[in-house]
Ligand binder design. Structure first.
Ligand code: ASP
Length: 425
């Protein structure tokens, strides 16, 4: 019997963790860093390499299939609405949990001091990165979406929104010109689309090995933190919130609005979730999310090619929930008075915007957290408190970010009548 891909990935992950653990204890970290980790990096590079071509080609094919501009604006409107609703729900869940559980009260003076001292340098680096984002004007994010050179945007993985904007214009152009002229262009991209999908299959066949290398490297590189115990309640609060989103909120939406059984859905997107966990990057996971959602959930490419790249960049429920919990946690640990209701409501707005502004790469959510803290008057140096536990939480929140994108793609597809029987489930 052929083992499904997601099981192979799970085995790769567990084997990688065990291997890393053994090598760490044998004091052979160097071997893992020099000889195993590079294969993880190569795997992530391969995924990123195919992400931009995939977005360009599949979005052109998807949009040209729409055949009507009004359908595009309907699709866009629904997508933005679903993304906003899910992100605001995530922040609110984070806020409520952090207020009920009060993770900040579990951290004693000794751990607080030692965390602040040990991670002051790391926190300062993130704060500096966030400073750059803060100094620009209020409309800068809008300016940033419009490229002055499409080819420059293509060559920068961080300019995904610029690429999407230009490709949408090409799609609109193709819809507006005579079919006789657009057909050869669309046919070319359809062929290329199949080629890219094949390349993704080939890359994914190396996934078990790639995640093995990533997990082994993670195991040897993660430092030992004696103070981690103090952060346990905080970490569990974040994880509990993420579990609520994954196993209560999304399944409810899927069942009620899309009539899709959550177990079938989770089975279909498991490879993308596992990859999100291993890479901590929604952008690197995007090619696999696209394949899972299109071929295994049954979302028409017209919808997935538009909703998913946009979601990878702007929709981050896991990140926004984490930012809310982290902000309240730091406030509880560092401020004499609890935050008032008005400030907490402000956090809903700032964490939503900060998650939209976070890049889909590892630890980006933590950089943008600095802005949330600043707006709420919480000391930014408090970032040092949560540094030690950030990587594992990043892995978990990235899974939720990807699950949310896939859920919204399914809901939007259902609402526009584009949810098909999957090709293979
Ligand atoms: N790593 C996350 C992602 O790529 C972003 C973050 O929260 O740091 O989705």
């Amino acid at each position: 019997m052929k083992l499904p891909l997601h099981w192979k990935i799970v085995i790769g992950m567990i084997a990688g963790l065990l291997f890393g653990f053994i090598m760490k204890n044998l004091e052979m970290k160097g071997i893992v860093v020099d000889w195993v980790k590079p294969f993880g990096t190569i795997f992530i590079n391969l995924l990123k390499m195919i992400a931009v071509p995939l977005i360009v080609v599949s979005l052109i094919v998807g949009l040209s299939d729409l055949k009507d501009i009004s359908k595009l604006s309907k699709l866009g409107g629904k997508t933005v609405l679903f993304y906003l609703i899910s992100t605001v729900t995530a922040v609110s869940i984070g806020l409520v949990l952090a207020n009920i559980i009060k993770p900040g009260s579990f951290i004693n003076e000794v751990s607080r001091k030692s965390l602040l001292e040990n991670f002051a340098g790391d926190a300062a680096q993130k704060i500096e990165l966030a400073e750059k984002a803060k100094t620009s004007g209020p409309l800068q994010p809008l300016i940033d979406i419009v490229p002055d050179n499409f080819f420059k945007a293509l060559s920068d993985n961080g300019s995904m929104l610029q690429v999407i904007l230009f490709v949408i214009l090409i799609g609109i152009g193709l819809i507006l010109i005579e079919e006789q002229k657009s057909k050869p262009v669309v046919d070319f991209f359809k062929g290329l689309n199949d080629v890219i999908m094949k390349i993704i299959d080939i890359i994914m066949s190396a996934a078990p090995l790639g995640v093995f290398a990533l997990m082994a490297a993670l195991m040897v590189e993660i430092p030992d933190f004696s103070t981690l115990g103090a952060l346990l309640v905080y970490a569990l609060t974040v994880v509990f919130g993420l579990l609520l989103m994954t196993f209560v909120f999304y399944p409810t939406l899927l069942l009620t609005l899309a009539k899709v059984h959550p177990i079938r859905f989770f089975k279909a997107i498991a490879p993308a979730q596992l990859l999100a966990f291993s890479t901590s990057s929604s952008a690197a996971t995007l090619p696999v999310t696209m394949e899972c959602v299109t071929e295994r959930v049954g979302v028409d490419e017209e919808v997935s090619s538009f909703v998913l790249p946009l979601g990878a960049t702007v929709n981050m429920d896991g990140t926004s929930l984490y930012q809310a919990v982290a902000a309240i946690f730091i406030a509880q640990a560092m401020l004499p008075e609890p935050l008032d209701l008005q400030t907490q409501l402000m956090i809903i707005v700032t964490a939503t915007l900060a998650s939209i502004g976070s890049a889909a790469v590892p630890s980006a959510g933590m950089v943008m957290l600095v802005i949330v803290l600043g707006q709420a008057g919480i000391p930014e140096a408090g970032l040092a408190l949560i540094f030690a536990i950030d990587r594992p939480l990043d892995m978990c929140r990235t899974v939720v970010n990807v699950t949310s994108d896939a859920t919204v793609a399914t809901l939007v597809a259902k609402s526009v009548g584009k949810l098909n029987e999957p090709e293979n489930s």
